[in-house]
Ligand binder design. Structure first.
Ligand code: SF4
Length: 213
């Protein structure tokens, strides 16, 4: 079994996921992906949608607006996503950072992974989600679901985020769209089958899994 066998089975079972979900209310739409990546830290997507809707209703729909927004108003808007003080500040810092390039288009062209990782509160999973889903860079996003599923399947556990990322990027040499799809499929599997308590009997990977229960 190799990593691409897993991808093919998941795609066959779940079909194309077409991530990342956007409402198209923000400008540019790629900025909404970045804002969502910050807001989704430690919460579910339903709460992120509520916070995005409040940002939109309060006129904070571009990096320009959020960079100069009153921090209290920003905090009120992101309350549904939890950790509202931290997230409001991270969103504002990120927007100011985007504007330091001159605008989102310039940011998208010139920003590096290292630049994003140097921002307070942006860990590798958040930074890589932005790079892949907003900026179309070929970076594999690693999350807790990915590690849990692949260890259970029988792959060797890597040492930390960067080793996992390098492992996937060496194994998966296809294009950016496949990277987007693969991460979304892993999330789908982890939510429906490979949960904390796995539901192996009906799992599409049952036949190739080393740890099935
Ligand atoms: S068979 Fe069970 S342990 Fe293996 S990937 Fe599926 S749900 Fe996870």
């Amino acid at each position: 079994m190799n990593v691409m066998n897993v991808y093919e089975i998941l795609l066959n079972h779940f079909g194309h996921q077409c991530w990342w979900p956007v409402s198209h209310k923000f400008r540019p739409r790629e900025f909404e992906v970045c804002a969502g990546a910050i807001l989704t830290q430690n919460t579910n997507w339903k709460n992120v949608e509520k916070a995005l809707e409040l940002l939109y209703k309060n006129g904070m729909r571009t990096p320009e607006k959020i960079a100069v927004a009153d921090i209290k108003k920003l905090e009120e808007a992101v309350v549904p996503s939890g950790f509202y003080r931290q997230k409001a500040q991270r969103l504002k810092n990120f927007s100011m950072f985007v504007m330091s390039f001159g605008g989102f288009a310039e940011f998208a062209k010139d920003v590096t992974r290292q630049d994003l990782l140097s921002l307070s509160g942006l860990g590798p999973e958040t930074a890589d989600s932005m790079l892949l889903y907003a900026l179309g860079r070929r970076v594999f996003v690693i999350d807790a679901y990915t590690k849990r599923t692949f260890v259970r399947l029988g792959f060797r556990a890597c040492e930390g985020y960067e080793e996992w990322r390098r492992f996937f990027e060496a194994e998966v040499t296809e294009d950016v769209d496949l990277y987007k799809e693969f991460h979304a499929l892993i999330v789908e599997l982890a939510k429906n089958f490979c949960r904390t308590k796995p539901f192996c009997r009906k799992c599409p990977l049952n036949k190739i899994c080393a740890k099935k229960i």
